[in-house]
Design a protein around this ligand. Structure first.
Ligand SMILES: [Zn+2]
Length: 412
């Protein structure tokens, strides 16, 4: 009897340990956001360091690989700022990443340049042209407010470049880094550039890498009943990387959150063998422009028509207001199923439908006719985005969200 009891206890403890693991997820998130991973981008091979860690986790979990080592290598062109970045407004130092960001389409630059403050009365491109021509300044930097935000990163025919003023710490992105232009563009927090500022000093070099070597990571578990049909769970593990040799963008919500959930789901499904095969794919290059997922659909590691459903997770670290499902209006039955599961178990405040949006790695699959949805969490408890301070996502509703996903996958 005592023996039977202890067996039951062991089974119980084991099965509790088999569900989602918030502690593990938080620990790995911190690790991937640490300085050692350089923001998982394209300076100091941050993406490759993250890939190595993820592939080791795949191996530890016993996933099968479509390739020799879970890697699917590919390349793309990317501009980088790997060295020291110095910027001064008059003589005040500006902090890279915090006070300002540089458009990744910018070339290197060195020198002191006069600022050409464009007044608010100038509001159309035509007015801007005549204002700049009348200023007579040939080697300066235009200072523009948000009404000209559409010009950011474009090539402008005057001076060396331009500054776009932001109301707060600016967001960086790297999706315009596949070509280098002639104009240097900065976004600066307007509180760091008072209107009395006359000059800007800039000193940084760019390095354009024609063929940056990177990799997707893919593995799978074979289905217990149906082997050649796949449910596919995806996330991107890359982030923006480094801007200069000091500022790194941790990407705790975007998308260490999705990456860690995929790793947690792998542990779950190794303990709960699935009916259908499940493929787990972690993409790189998402921030550059869905590079990894686009490469994958052109060079699939298994036929895309074998995919029954793909669920992409990107920015899932909040949840106080529920989740949004991209492509919900396309796949109405699937969406209704998700809502029904949520209503039955009271997991999340709201499961919200959204239409098509080519805003993450589900999109290239969807365009190829694969049934694909993209889920992100919503909540105002954490608003860090593409910032040097996106480093500690709360995972507010992680357990409930995890149960919702596994419940859907298990019953699909
Ligand atoms: Zn992002």
């Amino acid at each position: 009897m005592a023996r039977l009891f202890s067996i039951i206890l062991v089974v119980f403890v084991f099965s509790v340990g088999r569900t989602q693991n918030l502690q593990y997820v938080k620990k790995v998130n911190h690790k991937l956001c640490s300085k050692a991973y350089h923001g998982r981008g394209y300076v100091k091979h941050g993406d490759a360091k993250a890939a190595k860690y993820i592939a080791a986790e795949f191996k530890k979990a016993g996933l099968k690989s479509f390739t020799d080592n879970y890697y699917q290598p590919y390349q793309f062109a990317i501009n980088t700022f790997p060295g020291k970045i110095t910027a001064k407004a008059d003589n005040r130092k500006l902090i890279p990443g915090t006070d300002f960001v540089i458009s990744l389409s910018s070339p290197g630059i060195k020198g002191t340049f006069p600022l050409i403050w464009v007044p608010d009365s100038v509001s159309t491109p035509e007015q801007l042209v005549s204002f700049v021509e009348s200023s007579g300044e040939k080697d300066g930097f235009l200072v523009l407010s948000q009404q000209f935000k559409k010009l950011y990163g474009t090539q402008i025919p005057w001076g060396r470049g331009a500054i776009l003023l932001e109301d707060k710490q600016p967001w960086w992105h790297v999706s315009n880094g596949r070509h280098v232009g002639r104009s240097v563009w900065l976004k600066i927090d307007k509180h760091k550039l008072p209107k009395t500022t006359r000059t800007i000093y800039l000193d940084f070099n760019n390095r354009f890498v024609e063929q940056y070597q990177t990799q997707n990571i893919a593995g799978y578990l074979e289905g217990s009943a149906v082997k050649d049909t796949f449910l596919v769970l995806t996330a991107h593990y890359d982030h923006l990387g480094m801007m200069g040799n000091k500022a790194w963008f941790p990407g705790s919500n975007d998308n260490a959150s999705g990456t860690t959930m995929i790793l947690d789901l792998i542990h779950y499904y190794t303990q709960h063998p699935p009916k259908y095969s499940i493929a787990f794919i972690l993409f790189s290059g998402e921030e550059v422009g869905l590079m990894g997922s686009n490469y994958f659909v052109e060079h699939p590691l298994f036929p895309l028509k074998k995919i029954k459903l793909l669920i992409n997770l990107d920015m899932i670290g909040t949840g106080s207001e529920g989740i949004t499902v991209v492509n919900a209006t396309i796949y109405k039955n699937l969406f209704q199923k998700l809502v029904a599961i949520n209503n039955k178990h009271h997991y999340l405040a709201e499961v919200k439908a959204r239409g098509e949006a080519c805003n993450s790695d589900h999109c290239p699959f969807y365009k190829k006719g694969v049934k694909s949805i993209f889920i992100y969490t919503r909540g105002k408890e954490y608003l860090e985005y593409h910032s040097v301070t996106d480093n500690n996502v709360p995972y507010t509703k992680y357990e409930d969200f995890f149960k919702l996903i596994t419940n859907l996958v298990d019953n699909y």
